[in-house]
Every structure is written in structure tokens, then in C-alpha cells.
Design a protein around this ligand. Structure first.
Ligand code: NAI
Ligand code: SOE
Length: 387
């Protein structure tokens, strides 16, 4: 029987829901499970919010005191699902208490915070991971496999986009995602970092960037309540307006360490795009195309295909592909966002049990943070900026 591990989860919003679901579902998908996560205590800002999260997400206990929760003797894992402003403080306290830590992305608001977090987990020797879950989409993992096998040859160009439209309406609420003091940055940290993670995973480290950043909506109606309302679904155009002090959009050229070039776009203001994460990578022997809005599919073109079969073909991912052993027994059932979190949860607990480094860990996320910082700097200077 798998060993049980007690989790203290801090933050019971959107990601709290996704992580709680993964704790419950992971052993159902991956059996025998590396460990059985026990939803021990959930922490939120107030006793009322925490109790609501406890009842909804199936935790044993609720608390409004994360400092006490992360130090409890009976806690093995601390899971950080709060907005970005408290990631560093909680992760460092958890590491100092000897707890394994999984932290939502972006790792922190600034490079300095991220570095302090990476140092804390290193000096305490705890297992650490950052929740860049999109790389655990089976089609993305299949792209990685093809690249590692040399099927598209040497990579020449990476084009990555992350387009959404939940902030396109200027009367969408001023959530924490528009406040630098809470979020650290705007589209760069919130969604651009997912593209950087995918670029690092599939191509290698980004060396320098040349970016344009724009803020189109300078003020928004002040949001009531803590959990992010994410857009116009809950808008109150008559509320007093507060300042947006982060970028709405980033567009950048990229140079990679290995000589590949590329581009990155991230915006939450692109009407009609929902979770439009696209990757198109071409190499000396072929190309790969992925669109998260059709996340079960990977399009590939191999240059050595016979002339009469030249062109992109669509592979529909299923049991034969990465993570297929645990997901669904036949192709065509498909996966959702939650499955990426279930795989992430399995990999984190597997690393704890095996004593290995999960990926991406805090060191890798520090590098992503440095790319984000270079994107912001380049947006200000208009020049190429080194990572
Ligand atoms: P949210 O606003 O839905 O939920 C945040 C929760 O944390 C709220 O319940 C809030 O009351 C609570 N909270 C805030 N400060 C706290 C504190 N000091 N102590 C305890 N609880 C506190 O936010 P969401 O969307 O869940 O985002 C959380 C984190 O997850 C962010 O870092 C975000 O960037 C990341 N995220 C990652 C996603 C992914 O695809 N990997 C998707 C969405 C968010
Ligand atoms: C909002 O842009 C958001 O929830 C991001 O914070 C997540 O990281 C992304 O995966 C989904 O969209």
C-alpha cells in the first residue's frame, strides 16, 4: 500500500480547486500511486473562506494562519496556490520547516524573490516544484519526445503564443492580476512565463529578448472580494476605478543559447482567443504544431516522409502516448486542464518518494523569472536585453 502524505494547501481559489481535485484523482488515474496525498488542511485569508474551501475541496481542517499550518509536525507537503505576492514568504517558511514544496507559477514577483526561494529549498534539501502544468499535456510531451529523438532535426525556430480575451473589456474588474504589488507583472508573469517554460522545455534556455510591452487599459473598476473575478463575467462598470500598473501585452523576438531563434506573444486582450497557447517549431528535418484549444492533437511534418505524403499530419493522443498508461484506456476520450494537474501531482509525489528532482524545480523557474525580467526591461529600453 502506498505511503500517505499530508498536504497543507494555501489558497482556496481557482488553483486551490484544481490542486484539490488532483489530490483526490491522482491515485484513481495512476495506480499504484507513488503516495496517497491526504488533504489535511486548507488555508485561506479568513476562517470563513478557509471553512468554505475545506467543505468544498474535501480537506480535514481549515485555517486562516498559514504560518502555523506550514510548521505543523504532521504536514509533509506545502502547496502554494495563493496570488504571487505571498509565494516567497510561504515557500521559504515551508522550506525552513523541512516541508516539500509545490508552488504555483510564476514562482515569484521578482528575480530577487525567486532567487531567495531557490536558495531556501536548496539549503533545506526539500523537494521543490513549480506548477507549469502545460508541459504535462500529452501532446506537448509527445512533441518533446519527437524533438529528443531528433525527428525534426536541429531546431531553427520557435514561435510561441498565449492569447486570451478575459481582460479585453476595459470594464473587467481590477483583479490582483493587474496590480504590480501583488502580481509582480502582467501578461509577462501570468501567461508569458508558461510560454517561456514550454520554450525552455522543448528548445532550451533563452539567452536574450527584444520585446514590446503595452498597457491598453490604464484603469479598471475596483473588484470587491479576494478571489480573482477574471474578466467581464462579474463586471461592475460603475465601481470606482483603480490603476493598472502592469503590462497587458508582450510581443518579443528571442535568441536561444543553442542558436535557435524565435518569438513569443502573450496577451489577455485578444478577443476571441480563450486559452490559445500555440507552439510552432521547425527544425532541419521537420515541424511540429500544437494548439492548446485542441489539446489532444499534435500536428507533425517530417521532411523524410515520401513526396506523395508530404504535409502536416494530425496525431490524436491517447494510450500510446506520454502519460497514456494512467489517463484513459482508449483514444478519443480526450483530456482537459485537470488531467495536466493530475500528472503534475503524480510526478511531484513520485519525486518525493524516489528522492529525485521534479521538473521544473525552483532553479528552473528562477531562470524563467529572469527571462520575464528581461522581457520587462526590454519593453522599457526598446533594446535587446540579456537574460
Ligand atoms: P484566486 O484569486 O482564484 O485564488 C487565490 C486564493 O488565495 C483566494 O482564495 C485568496 O483568498 C487566497 N489568498 C490570498 N492571499 C492569501 C494569504 N496570504 N493566505 C492564504 N490565502 C490567501 O487565484 P488563482 O487563480 O487560484 O491563482 C493562484 C496562483 O495560481 C497564482 O500564482 C496564479 O498565477 C497561479 N495560477 C496558475 C495556473 C496554471 O495554469 N498553472 C492557472 C491559474 C492560476
Ligand atoms: C489567467 O490568465 C490564467 O488563469 C493564468 O493565471 C493561468 O496561469 C493560465 O493557465 C490560465 O489563465
Amino acid at each position: 500500500m502506498s505511503k500517505t502524505m499530508n498536504v497543507a494547501m494555501i489558497g482556496g481559489g481557482f488553483m486551490g480547486k484544481a490542486h484539490a481535485m488532483a489530490y483526490a484523482a491522482m491515485p484513481m488515474f495512476f495506480w499504484p500511486a507513488p503516495a496517497l496525498p491526504i488533504r489535511k488542511v486548507v488555508v485561506d485569508m479568513t476562517d470563513e473562506l478557509a471553512e468554505d474551501a475545506r467543505a468544498r475541496f474535501g480537506f480535514d481542517e481549515a485555517s486562516s494562519d498559514w504560518r502555523a499550518a506550514v510548521c505543523r509536525d504532521d504536514i509533509d507537503v506545502v502547496d502554494i496556490c495563493t496570488p504571487n505576492n505571498v509565494h516567497a514568504e510561504i515557500a521559504i517558511a515551508a522550506a525552513n520547516a523541512g516541508k516539500h514544496v509545490i508552488c504555483e507559477k510564476p514562482l515569484a514577483r521578482t528575480v530577487d524573490e525567486a532567487r531567495a526561494m531557490a536558495e531556501a529549498v536548496k539549503s533545506s534539501g526539500v523537494v521543490n516544484m513549480v506548477a507549469f502544468n502545460y508541459r504535462r499535456t500529452p501532446a506537448v510531451a509527445l512533441a518533446k519526445k519527437f524533438i529528443d529523438e531528433g525527428r525534426i532535426g536541429q531546431i531553427l525556430n520557435f514561435r510561441g503564443t498565449y492569447l486570451q480575451d478575459w481582460s479585453a473589456d476595459p470594464d473587467g474588474p481590477l483583479s490582483w492580476r493587474f496590480q504590480k504589488s501583488v502580481a509582480g507583472s502582467g501578461a509577462v508573469g501570468d501567461i508569458g512565463t508558461h510560454v517561456v517554460d514550454l520554450a525552455h522545455h522543448l528548445v532550451g534556455p533563452i539567452a536574450e529578448v527584444n520585446a514590446i510591452t503595452k498597457t491598453y487599459v490604464p484603469t479598471r473598476p475596483i473588484q470587491s472580494g479576494g478571489v480573482d473575478k477574471l474578466g467581464a463575467s462579474d463586471k461592475n462598470a460603475d465601481a470606482p476605478r483603480g490603476k493598472v500598473d502592469v503590462e497587458d501585452e508582450v510581443t518579443s523576438l528571442l535568441n536561444f543559447d543553442n542558436g535557435a531563434v524565435g518569438s513569443l506573444e502573450a496577451t489577455r486582450n485578444a478577443w476571441g482567443r480563450n486559452n490559445f497557447i500555440t507552439l510552432e517549431i521547425h527544425g532541419t528535418k521537420g515541424s511540429i504544431h500544437f494548439n492548446y484549444e485542441r489539446r489532444d492533437e499534435l500536428q507533425v511534418m517530417f521532411a523524410d516522409d515520401p513526396g506523395d505524403a508530404r504535409g502536416f499530419r494530425t496525431i490524436y493522443t491517447g494510450p500510446a502516448h506520454p502519460f497514456g498508461d494512467g489517463l484513459w484506456p482508449i483514444p478519443g476520450i480526450g483530456i482537459g486542464y485537470s488531467e495536466t494537474k493530475i500528472v503534475e501531482c503524480r510526478d511531484f509525489f513520485q519525486a518525493i518518494v524516489d528522492g529525485t528532482e521534479p521538473t521544473p524545480n525552483f532553479d528552473e523557474a528562477l531562470l524563467i523569472e529572469r527571462v520575464g525580467d528581461a522581457l520587462i526591461r526590454s519593453g522599457q529600453t526598446g533594446a535587446w536585453e540579456k537574460v
